[in-house]
Design a protein around this ligand. Sequence first.
Ligand SMILES: CC(C)(COP(=O)(O)OP(=O)(O)OC[C@H]1O[C@@H](n2cnc3c(N)ncnc32)[C@H](O)[C@@H]1OP(=O)(O)O)[C@@H](O)C(=O)NCCC(=O)NCCS
Length: 232
Amino acid sequence: MVRELPKAETHVWRFPLTSQGINDLNHLTPEEVAFSAKFAFPHLQEFWILGRQSVRRILSLYLDCRPEEIIFLSGPQGKPYLKDFPNLHFNFSNSGEWGVIALTRDREIGVDIEKVDSNLDIDEVSQVSLTETERRHLSIVPPSEKSSWFFKYWTVKEAVLKALGTGLSLEPTRLCLSLEKSKPEMLWIEGQENVTTAWDLKPLSLPEGYFGFVAIEQKALHVKEFEWPFAV
Ligand SMILES: CC(C)(COP(=O)(O)OP(=O)(O)OC[C@H]1O[C@@H](n2cnc3c(N)ncnc32)[C@H](O)[C@@H]1OP(=O)(O)O)[C@@H](O)C(=O)NCCC(=O)NCCS
């Protein structure tokens, strides 16, 4: 059965990258199998294989084809899209033991999740990734919450950069967001105007210790979250 994705909806699937176990290389193309063989660390290889298999399986729920038939192409800075279904936009992110895929129709989408790294020097990394406005907010939050606020800013920024298709080839300080109100807001993207009306930025429901956002280039979409695997 083909799963519906109404135009006014965005679907976000989270999936564990460990508990499914890895029995085989099902659904991967010969190129993907060859790529996966190059990982130096077995756990990273397993994360990559499980991520790619889950992405193929979930996308195949929406497309009338088998997971292995899906053909990915990449934009100029590496953003993947579907060769035969360019209007079905998707983006994938993984961190630690979790992966996420977000899908929507006819508009750009980006997703990012991060597992909190408690060893990170937040002040140092904020200098190169956050704008002055964002750092000012970080400076007034309770010290015990600083790390989680940093990861919220980081993931919402990276989700936007992934929606734009640039990834980190566009410096994260070239855009400014506000998480101070209940609704996350895009304040500016360098070189672009009127961006405030054009972004839907939603925090994701994730296991403890993870933060994530989906960024969609259009407002008023209903974001539905699911967990894979489930009984279809
Ligand atoms: C893309 C990028 C933002 C990913 O960040 P990350 O936190 O390490 O990884 P995530 O798990 O969140 O995302 C990885 C996935 O994002 C997707 N992706 C890759 N490039 C992307 C881009 N430019 N825009 C949006 N999504 C992208 C892919 O699906 C990738 O998964 P895969 O490696 O299994 O194919 C980061 O690696 C980056 O910006 N790299 C540099 C991009 C660049 O300079 N490209 C120029 C090369 S021509």
